[in-house]
Design a protein around this ligand. Structure first.
Ligand code: OOG
Ligand code: MG
Length: 262
């Protein structure tokens, strides 16, 4: 760790304030170029502790920057991991207030719900499929707190990987009822298909992103609890949205899921 506890707490407060007030900020590595990975995840953890202290509940976890399309779009090359709390969850067809967000974008994702805990190291696709209760389509709404969505990997980890809102819905399938690599994903904005992907765009297989998450947590002495919802990462580039937009994800064999921006 390169940062002391006071600095970590101050950066966590700063980033969470930006989230809650929908205000952007320059990326934090500009001021703290020595910040390391442990610092970045410690800042993210401190943001979670602030939310838990106000009564938030963790509902799941997310992997991000798990597809080449996303890595290329954001100019980074490592997957990142974050948390999802109840306040991020939007009901199927529900409305997201853009006044609460800075510059939201949407991403088509495959979501997993686990029936058993998963613990790395050594977690692999087979272990993930064995522990998965069902998968279903999801749309993640990301909203980097960094100005113009410009960041490096450590800054985005500290900012809880841009997590803001998500919706899951459609038709849940048992993991052996589909080939997650070839499942087609079509993301529409206002009825216009804009982004197209297949499950394999996410680390070759969306379950590989969940395995990577389990291994990441295992290295920190943690596990993914049973019952967790996990977003495996955007299969395509993220698409910018504004008030008035309606977004639908069609996932082959898994129906569709939608949300609106007001
Ligand atoms: C970081 C979060 C990326 C994904 O699915 O790739 C992410 C960002 O691009 O702002 O959630
Ligand atoms: Mg995402």
């Amino acid at each position: 760790m390169a940062l002391d506890k006071a600095t970590i707490d101050q950066l966590a407060k700063h980033l969470e304030d930006c989230e809650l007030r929908a205000k952007d900020t320059p990326k934090i590595t500009d001021q703290h170029p020595d910040m390391d990975w442990a610092d970045a995840y410690a800042i993210q953890d401190a943001i979670l502790q602030r939310k838990l202290g106000r009564g938030a509940r963790v509902v799941g976890l997310k992997a991000g920057l798990t597809s080449h399309a996303k890595m290329r779009q954001m100019g980074v090359n490592t997957p990142v991991f974050g948390f999802l709390v109840d306040a991020f969850s939007v009901f199927e067809g529900g409305a997201v207030k853009t006044s609460e967000l800075i510059h939201p974008k949407v991403e088509p994702e495959v979501a997993f719900v686990l029936k058993r805990a998963l613990k790395g190291p050594g977690c692999h696709i087979g272990a993930v499929l064995a522990a998965t209760d069902f998968v279903l389509p999801g749309i993640e709404v990301i909203d980097s707190r960094y100005r113009d969505f410009k960041f490096d990997s450590k800054s985005v980890v500290a900012d809880n990987t841009s997590a803001a809102r998500f919706v899951v819905g459609g038709r849940a399938l048992r993991p052996d009822a589909l080939d997650m690599r070839t499942v087609g994903l079509v993301l529409e904005k206002n009825g216009v298909p804009l982004a197209f992907g297949a499950g394999a765009s996410v680390l070759g297989h969306p379950a590989a992103a969940v395995a990577a998450l389990a291994n990441h947590m295992g290295a920190r002495g943690k596990e993914i609890p049973a019952g967790s919802l996990i977003l495996s990462g955007g299969a395509t580039e993220a698409v910018a949205v504004a008030a008035g937009d309606a977004v639908t994800l069609h996932a082959q064999g898994m129906g569709s899921v939608s949300l609106r921006f007001i």
